[in-house]
Design a binder for this molecule. Structure first.
Ligand SMILES: [Zn+2]
Length: 256
């Protein structure tokens, strides 16, 4: 049995037993931690304030027999403005869900933590359109995880793209008219959406407010990123399953 303190954000909560919650925390060095906060849903619990979804704070965790338990917690930031505004809250919940789906316990990624905290801060301030914050999070998540799509040159032949341009989630980038024939699922991308997509991957945090943004291009990029991330996530989940099989033989198979 040991205890440790981590700074983390609550990225998911689910009911567990009578008055308890199972928390998914995201911490810079440890990545996702799944921990039970016993009794925190009871009215007199001291943990009540710290365990709310999207709270950023300090958590004292006890590890026992491979399970984690929240002993104490203290919120540093509870993002009260974004939580008081439904559209912003929905976008914040969306990026937290994406982070939760994408990560697994025990693998820290400090850059991802910083990105997430930065996007929550933007949603809290409310100066940048929340949908633009979500698109930025998606693009940087892909970049940090090593899935930056090819956006300047054709992902198939490598030539610079001009004229009609298509996006291929499978090949991971744009295609010119000729190479498009090789991928029936590739979809046309408008010049405005391609410009926005390139900017999202290129722009440094802190400069997002200066990115020219039209909701129509944003909507197109949303659909493209949804397909692209979906493809990558599926592959990742498949490889996770394969890894789990290698590490743990299925039940009923006799070891010799
Ligand atoms: Zn090509």
């Amino acid at each position: 049995m040991r205890t440790f303190t981590v700074e983390a954000v609550v990225i998911r909560t689910s009911k567990y037993g009578e008055g308890d919650l199972l928390l998914h925390l995201y911490a810079p060095d440890r990545g996702k931690i799944e921990a039970i906060a016993w009794g925190c849903r009871k009215p007199n619990s001291t943990k009540r304030g710290g365990v709310q979804l999207l709270n950023y704070g300090l958590f004292l965790i006890r590890e026992s027999k491979g399970y984690y338990h929240v002993e104490q917690c203290e919120a540093k930031e509870s993002y009260s403005h974004l939580k008081g505004d439904l559209p912003r809250l929905l976008y914040a919940t969306y990026i937290a869900e994406l982070l939760d789906q994408w990560t697994e316990p025990g693998y820290g990624q400090p850059a991802l933590f910083q990105l997430f905290l930065y996007c929550l801060g933007l949603l809290e301030k409310g100066e940048v359109p929340p949908s633009l914050v979500a698109r930025f999070f998606e693009a940087k998540l892909m970049k940090i995880e090593g899935y930056q799509p090819m956006l300047e040159r054709c992902a198939s032949c490598g030539r610079p793209v001009k004229g009609e341009v298509y996006f291929s989630p499978v090949l991971g980038g744009v295609l010119d008219g000729e190479c498009r024939r090789g991928d029936a699922q590739a979809r046309p991308i408008s010049p405005a959406a391609l410009r926005l997509l390139r900017l999202l991957f290129r722009t440094e945090p802190g400069r997002l407010g200066r990115v020219p943004y039209s909701p129509a291009a944003g909507e197109e990029v949303k659909e493209i990123m949804e397909e692209y991330i979906g493809q990558r996530l599926e592959r990742r989940i498949k490889s996770r399953r394969v890894l789990a099989l290698v590490e743990k033989p299925p039940r009923g198979r006799k070891e010799r």
